[in-house]
Design a protein around this ligand. Sequence first.
Ligand code: ZN
Length: 499
Amino acid sequence: MKKIIIILSFVVLFSDLSFVIAQDKVNQKSQCIKAMQSITATECLDHVKYLAGKECEGRGTCDEGFDKAASYVADHFRDIGLLPLMKDSSYYQVFNIDRNMILDGNEFSLELLLKSPSGKDTLEIKYQLEDDFLPAGVSSSCDIRINVVFAGYGISSKENNWDDYKKLDVKDKVVLILGGTPPVKDSDFGSLYRISRKAEMAKNAGASALLVVGKPIGTISTYQSIPVVTISKKVADDLLKGTAENIEGLKHKMKQKQRSNSFNLKHNIHLKVNSELITDCQTMNILGYIEGSDVVLKNEFIVVGAHVDHLGAINDHVFYGANDNASGSAVVMEVSEAFSLMKEAPKRSVLFIAFTGEEMGLLGSSYFVENSVIPVNRIKAMINLDMVGSGDDAIMVVGGNSFPEFAELFDTLTSQYVHVPVKRRWASSNSDHYPFHKAGIPAVFLYALRGVPTYHTSKDRPETLDPEVMENVGRLVFMTAMKLANKESISFRYIEKGK
Ligand SMILES: [Zn+2]
């Protein structure tokens, strides 16, 4: 009898306990959903309005506007109770960089030679900043009236049997080139399409300045090359006046003949660029974390990050960077707040980072990985957000093909909570997840597909965004990061493209 009583009470106790555990799970789940629902379109948009508003002046790395954005994020981290990761109990990981500043006073005009009874007359056509031309981030200063020579794609590449500078004298001239790479069959020009690489080739050929045909969009750089300006196709066609050529025709010819084309142009240009290289200016990543609740697993981290820097301003054109990447920063802030609302933290620690210097070449994320305050091998997964403010077609997971189990988490959780299609791409080096990926950490980068086409222009403003997209991305990232932080073990398979 006694035995039966003991067994009976054990059964009662045990079922009680399993009831409590089950109840706990239900509570935790409903708490989780409640926290997820705290991420709203309105709150995301409020953050974007500040970060991409007048106050932050385009958040150019080392500009006052960036520092204001950084303290806005740090204040938020402090207010919601995130812990500082730095040894000095600061939310800032400070370091120095060089930055080439494009200052005010940039001008570009064409001096069109006209035939007139009196001989030669010139008509000056002045061009508009951004619509017609824009100095590149690497540009040095100049104030020149000068001859122009057309030099194909501005590429010298032995491997691809292509040399736009062969037998061409560009000394003390401005070189006009096409953007992109030559249409050579079975060629691989690697990174030679980059303006920075083309600037070096023009410099080596002895050119005074470089004009690149393409959409004039903003860039920002750590160093100075020769004066470099992007010009629209319309302006390039103006420059070709009197030669019987136009840009489309030249492209077509080079494709047909599979060889370069170069010649002198008839008219002079006036180009004025005003820039200054600032060395050793101070900038910072902003870091805050939630400590895990499991005695062992709290030593491991899940990182959720986004770059908060953008391009600053040129003349009175501010590159507000609402979609790129006030949107991602806003989502990181909202996701961190949702975590802070949980009564019990997840097992692992979750670290939130707003990176600096992304637009200058992933400077902040690289610095973080190379100078991490925590051993990098304790970071078990990383989610990066870049341009998540517009485009409700689908959410792209860059690196999803490379880490299929990681991508499956997004698939499962979107079907449960967000109901936005999730697509996958192979890993790439185009945003702040990359330094983590290189360090062997499963890292993915999320962006919203088919957003507004305002990339790196002054039109990238808060009013062009669809804040619902940020809400969806935020909720999905919160649930995924939560799942990762509570997972017993994380060992994602890595598949290399083509293998
Ligand atoms: Zn970006």
